[in-house]
Design a protein around this ligand. Structure first.
Ligand code: NAD
Ligand code: UD1
Length: 351
């Protein structure tokens, strides 16, 4: 723990999956943290768990505000009372399928929400931002690993909001060079806090691979549908770059330090991935090993819109942020299982 650094950070969406893990690291680093979250996809119990993890003393540096980033009054209330040194902006919707069915929800929440936030930041002269972008901005990459200067492409409304928000960030910074903006492109965040107290708790049937496997392992779902077994990969299943959420959280801490210290940042994007590709079947095998549970699978047709293989080039983050993921898929599965086995119904005590 580094004592004495008392910068104040606003974390939007800080009650969510990546937010909670990042808030723990920020508090451990000595930051004062304010969360704004509308609890659309989170519960206050998650914030309570953060308090338990960091202990009573550091908990005093954590403040929670139930609010919506689309609501200017909610933001004004915060910014008029507290001087924020920077904002880490997680709040948003993230389900690809939902975005295809309900694009307006995504334009409203992700675009309007972010624009409202940035306008209030500007008004209160808070011009340092870490933004949650996604590997989705690479679309179906023609080459791998994905390098930050690849041409970007949206494959669905969710991806389009990330792409547009990256462009908006670049425009804002160009117009006013006082802004310092870091865009972090996450690959596939998985795993959980090693204590087993924090983790991902999706509402309804999970869309993503790891939470789905976890729910099969605890008996909530009967089997895993493996989407596509005829891809041109060694075992026929698709390859992704899974990254432990604790490594991701560390990536935000180093990005924030850079923002706070360095004045010539501009608006810059970094991949946060491991640089390693793992197939669906390899992930299933690693989870079976970590949990000692058999995961029944059903081979199914490919899922529409899925790419064959996506993984990150990590060179830029290593060189410029001094950040490199420490955990491999064994640690990801170990911690995912610890969270899943201790919390089979997520933050709820029972269904
Ligand atoms: P999450 O849903 O767990 O967290 C998002 C949080 O934002 C939730 O707590 C939700 O209640 C809150 N929120 C949503 N809309 C809000 C609003 N208008 N006002 C206030 N709070 C609001 O998701 P996550 O996995 O933690 O993702 C965080 C960010 O990272 C998102 O922007 C997401 O698009 C991005 N991202 C996530 C992944 C992933 O796989 N988890 C991958 C790439 C990028
Ligand atoms: C998905 C999103 C992407 C987002 C990312 C965040 C889609 C199309 N893309 O990526 O925009 O940034 O999450 O993590 O949703 N799989 C199965 N069975 C399942 C679930 C998944 O076989 O039940 C396979 C998928 O086909 C894919 C791999 O597992 O090959 C990973 O899937 P998933 O966890 O959904 O992530 P992505 O599709 O990479």
């Amino acid at each position: 723990m580094v004592m004495g650094r008392q910068e104040t950070i606003l974390v939007t969406g800080g009650a969510g999956f990546i937010g909670t893990h990042t808030v723990v690291q920020l508090l451990d680093e000595g930051f004062i943290v304010w969360i704004i979250d509308n609890l659309h996809n989170a519960v206050e119990e998650a914030v309570q768990r953060v308090r338990e993890l960091v202990g009573p003393q550091l908990s005093q540096n954590l403040h929670f505000c139930l609010g919506d980033i689309r609501n200017k009054d909610d933001l004004e209330k915060l910014f008029s009372q507290t001087k924020f040194d920077a904002v880490v902006h997680f709040a948003g919707l993230k389900a690809v399928g939902e975005s295809v069915a309900h694009p307006f929800r995504y334009f409203d929440n992700n675009l309007i929400g972010s624009i409202t936030l940035y306008s209030v930041m500007e008004k209160y002269n808070c011009k340092k931002l870490v933004f949650s972008s996604s590997a989705t901005v690479y679309g179906q990459p023609e080459k791998i690993p994905c390098v930050e200067d690849f041409q970007l492409k949206a494959m669905n409304p969710y991806g389009r909001t990330k792409l547009v928000l990256e462009e908006i960030a670049r425009d804002i910074q160009k117009a006013d060079p006082e802004w310092r903006i870091i865009l972090l492109r996450y690959f596939n965040p998985v795993g959980a806090h090693p204590s087993g107290k924090l983790g991902e708790d999706p509402i309804g049937i999970p869309n993503n691979l790891m939470p789905y496997i976890q729910q099969v392992a605890v008996g909530r779902l009967p089997e895993l549908n493996v989407y596509g077994y005829d891809y041109p990969t060694p075992d026929g299943t698709a390859i992704r770059d899974y990254i432990h959420v604790m490594d991701l959280a560390d990536g935000h801490v180093v990005a924030l330090h850079k923002l706070l210290k360095q004045d010539n940042i501009g608006c810059v994007a970094y991949n946060l991935g491991t640089g390693e590709g793992t197939s669906v079947l390899e992930m299933v095998a690693a989870f079976e090993k970590a949990s000692g549970k058999k995961i029944p699978i059903k081979l199914c047709p490919r899922r529409a819109g899925d790419a064959t293989a996506v993984y990150a080039s990590t060179q830029k983050a290593e060189k410029e942020l001094g950040w490199k993921a420490k955990n491999g898929i064994d640690e990801m599965c170990r911690d995912q299982w610890k969270w899943g086995s201790q919390n089979p119904w997520g933050y709820q005590s029972q269904p």
